[in-house]
Design a protein around this ligand. Sequence first.
Ligand code: NAD
Length: 483
Amino acid sequence: MSTASLTQQVPISTNTKLDEILNLFDAQFKNKANIRSTTAKERISKLRKLRNLVIEKRSEIAKAIYDDFRKPEVEAEYSEIVPVVVQLNHAIRNLSDWMKPEEVDTPLIFFGSSSKVVFEPKGNTLIITPWNYPFQLSLCAVISAVAAGNTVILKPSEFTPNTSAYLKKILAEVFPENEVAVVQGDYTVSNELLKIKFDHIHFTGSPAVGKIIMRAASEFLTPVTLELGGKSPAIIDETANVKAAAMKLTWGKFLNKGQTCIAPDYVLIHESKHDEFIAKMRERIEQNFGSDPQKSADLGRMVNAKHYGRVKELLEDAVNNGAKVEAGGKVAEGENYISPTVLSNVPLKSKIMQEEIFGPLLPVIKYKTIDEALAYVNAGEKPLALYIFSDKSKNQNDILNRTTAGGTVINDNIVHVTQPYLPFGGVNNSGIGKSMGHYGFKEFSNERAVVKQLHSGSSMQLLYPPYKGYHKKLIDFMLKWLV
Ligand code: NAD
């Protein structure tokens, strides 16, 4: 079942009216030129105000997220608030440099001219975000868009109405609505927004909805950034420190109840390490969440009954097809609870190995040779993330060189998303374009190529018609010496 169909069955928050949406867009359209001409100093001052507010209101923000799906306060602070402050500080420190035109070299053939790349705002932008990190994913995209000098209409997810309302409130304290506005609602509101001719669309969500967005954008040839999902493998080879791998994967997998786009979806492990890894995972789960994780205050819940039902079905299907529950496996319908679960002996044909899990289930698959493991990974869609646990650089490089992924962490998982100097994004089915930091700024900018002739003549005059015998000799010379 795709997340698109789930969304369509469960509209939750109140939809912003169509008239209001059109008025907002109209106001932003009229304000586009003003926002475009803002200086680095003006943009930085707004980003600073937003940063101070986010820090000051962190408890209120964490509460809104808790009210949506019981995300523990500490987890909300380090996975939703800290990354936003990291991105804000990074933009505040670097925006003046990012906005400067980039002088580029001039080959001999262009003698007498100079060239540069000018970063101009795309204009009126639309940002659509999901529910799983409702604050962080919305604000990080907004930060890049406003840093680059764009207006923004943000449509957060209908499944996290408290956070969406809070986003509207906090953004309104910094930006007038003709610069940044929040529009709330479900897929029907997205559909109305997609009928408008924006200059850029930044979408974070499932590949199924990503295709809907790209199709709609093609109507106006609007450029898109698609931050999508999929199955991100973790490979543990025969040299890895299994205890450390289990410690890190327990955190990365069960953070936010596995509802993380870059969560390790499944583990491929050398057969010699399989049993030790399973034992260490059991120990670590107990260490983090106690002997009955359902009672732990440090474990959130599935976002709603639909997503609970989808993940429960994946578990049942795997078990019915022969998977063994090594840890967890408990579910509780009324509270959308699924325990942190480790599965072995999982048939590759079962549903859990066919679709993104997006929940607290970790299939562990044994392999005999790395060739076999990589062939399995490469036969699937290109992942958003691929994690390598190995103590040998040679093995790490071999896996890097023979696979592709949006991002990779060696001997850890998920941490790359908060490294502000790195691009964040997927490849093909897991995403198009890059977000965060300088890469996010560039994604929301048009890189305009500018060549300036420094005098009234041009080196190209030598090639103007009427064509004579010497033209060919000139081209021979150019091919040999100038290009
Ligand atoms: P989703 O695709 O169902 O929804 C995302 C947004 O799209 C929401 O705002 C929703 O209202 C809207 N939407 C839903 N159906 C739509 C439709 N038919 N037409 C137009 N808009 C529609 O995703 P989700 O369930 O909220 O989030 C889970 C997915 O997002 C997972 O696949 C996960 O991997 C992915 N994700 C990716 C990243 C990333 O940075 N790459 C981050 C978080 C989540």
